[in-house]
Design a protein around this ligand. Structure first.
Ligand code: AP5
Length: 213
């Protein structure tokens, strides 16, 4: 599992993690945005909550996540759950199914850095790549096709950060035994190296004969 405030760098790191460790990346935010884009019943319910920067109700999210975790590719390759659980009730829902992470990565970034990261973020709709106008600038040939998320405004960012801060301790409480704190203020590469160290140690502990090569 990977957790952290809005714009802490979860999506950026997940792209690198899945490339190296071949896990299935399950981003609840991405799934919800797809549902909204496709106008599904779940998407229609979720849209207003996402626009306001608050949590989408459990009745929409929990079954969606449980269903995705039950799919074949996940069972075969393992999962990297990004943006779930975000509340005690969501953690409880998967605890009941016996679903627990081997490691819970918590990317820590002080609130004052998050707004700048949010408003400077740009996404490539063709590749899904995440850019930042200052910290990870796109090349000139793709800049015109990049988009900005509708919740990436300063006001909405502040609500999203407050939502995160109100819930994070309850979620962490479920995973204290496997939590690894990651300093998210470092460069993207240094954050990734800290994550790899945590994952490699976890893999080595879980089965010394099957260490990642
Ligand atoms: P979601 O899509 O999950 O958004 P979020 O948690 O707010 O996180 P972000 O995607 O904004 O940030 P990130 O940490 O991935 O950062 P990134 O790598 O892009 O959720 C959206 C909404 O969906 C929620 O508000 C809620 O309504 C709903 N939702 C989702 N899950 C839910 C759930 N479980 N229950 C109910 N509702 C749910 O990086 C950000 C920027 O910073 C980028 O531009 C990047 O280039 C830059 N950057 C990254 N790392 C660094 C670094 N080390 N240094 C400098 N810049 C960096």
């Amino acid at each position: 599992m990977i957790a952290g405030a809005p714009a802490a760098g979860k999506g950026t790191q997940c792209a690198k993690i899945v490339e190296k460790y071949k896990l299935v990346h399950i981003s609840v935010g991405d799934i919800l945005r797809d549902e909204v884009k496709n106008g599904t019943p779940a998407g229609k319910k979720a849209k207003d909550f996402m626009d306001r920067g608050v949590l989408v109700p459990d009745e929409v999210v929990v079954e969606m996540v449980k269903a995705r975790l039950a799919e074949g590719d996940v069972k075969q390759r393992g999962w990297l759950l990004d943006g779930y659980p975000r509340s005690a009730s969501q953690a409880e829902a998967i605890e009941k199914e016996g679903i627990r992470p081997d490691v819970f990565l918590l990317i820590n970034v002080p609130d004052e850095l998050l707004v700048e990261r949010v408003v400077g973020r740009r996404l490539d709709p063709q590749t899904g790549a995440i850019y930042h106008l200052k910290y990870s600038p796109p090349s000139a040939d793709i800049v015109s096709r990049l988009i900005q998320r509708s919740d990436d405004t300063e006001d909405k960012c502040r609500v999203r950060v407050a939502t995160h801060n109100a819930n994070v301790d309850a979620v962490v409480g479920y995973y204290k035994d496997v939590k690894v704190d990651i300093d998210g203020t470092q460069s993207m590469q240094d954050v990734f190296e800290a994550i790899c160290t945590a994952l490699d140690e976890t893999i080595a502990k879980s089965d010394p004969l099957e260490q990642y090569c």
